[in-house]
Each structure stands twice: as C-alpha cells, then as structure tokens.
Write a protein that binds this ligand. Structure first.
Ligand SMILES: [Cu+2]
Length: 175
C-alpha cells in the first residue's frame, strides 16, 4: 500500500516535467527540482514506508480481548499481549478459556511455528494459571521476522494427552 502511494506520487511528480516545455525558465526549474523531490519520496518510502508485513494477508489484527473459538466450541480470549501486538522477540500473553463459563485448572500447550520456514522456537513458554479462567503465557518467543502461527491447545490436567480444543493466533512480525 505504501509503495503504491509512493509510485503514484512519483508519477504525479514527473508528469509536469513531461509537459514542461513552455519556456526555458520553466524547464530549468523542473529539471532542478524534480530529482530532489523524487529522492525525498524514495528516501521516505525506505524509512517509514513499506514494511515486511504490509503484503501479508494471513495474519490476525491484534486487539486486546480478541476471541477465537476452536472446533469444539471452546473460546480462547487473548486478553492481552505485552507488548501488543506481539513483536519480534518476546511477549507475555494472558488468555482466558471459556465454554461458556471461564475454566480453571486446564493444561495448556503453546507452540509458536513459522509455517513458511517449517520451524518453531526452542524457547518454551511457561504457563501460569491465574484466576477466572485466565492463564499467563510467557515468553511467547517469535524470534524471526515473518509469519507466525501461535497454536494454543487445552486439555484436562488429568488427561493432558487428550486435547479438548485448540486455536491458532496468526501474526506477522517485522524486524
Ligand atoms: Cu523462520
């Protein structure tokens, strides 16, 4: 999007130069000014324009309290990510599990994974049960720029191998 704007601005900027043959004075002014304007726009696009994730369409838009519902009807609320949205590197999450009431004493698993690269992270998040169906998860380690799927699964503590439900939060993180 940013790049398109830059290219459009570029086109608009050079259009007068193509028509600027009314007088030598006008031509001279355009010839001097235009390269400066183009350089400024290109520099601007490099500094604060297109980012790595601008063209990513698979990712979620982070909103504190956002909810995803698994196939088995459990609601996974991402109460917060600190910082949020989840950045490249570590963040601390709080999630709340409901069905429909908040559920305590679940066994949670979290698996960050980069599907485009076929790898996860070696940093294992610690799950901290909290009150009212909430669980702290930290650190959520998204160490590489790119698209991450962060899968969260739940199970009864007595039967942790039998998953009750799961969802995946999808983020693109920039460098
Ligand atoms: Cu990767």
């Amino acid at each position: 999007m940013q790049l398109s704007h830059a290219l459009l601005a570029f086109t608009l900027a050079i259009t007068p130069a193509c028509k600027g043959d009314a007088s030598p004075t006008t031509d001279a002014a355009v010839a001097v000014d235009t390269p400066v304007a183009i350089d400024a726009m290109i520099d601007g696009a490099t500094i604060d324009g297109p980012k790595f994730c601008d063209s990513e369409t698979r990712d979620d838009v982070y909103v504190p309290g956002m909810i995803k519902v698994g196939d088995n009807g459990y609601a996974f609320e991402l109460v917060s990510s600190t910082p949020g949205p989840p950045p490249k590197g570590n963040s601390a999450w709080v999630v709340r599990i409901r069905h429909p009431d908040p559920i305590d004493n679940l066994a949670l698993t979290i698996v960050p994974f980069m599907p485009d690269h076929g790898h996860g992270t070696s940093v294992q998040a610690v799950i901290t049960p909290m009150a009212n169906g909430t669980y702290g998860i930290a650190p959520v380690n998204l160490f590489m720029t790119g698209f991450w799927s962060v899968r969260i699964g739940i199970a009864d503590q007595a039967t942790p191998a039998t998953e009750l439900d799961h969802v995946a939060f999808l983020w693109c993180v920039s460098s």
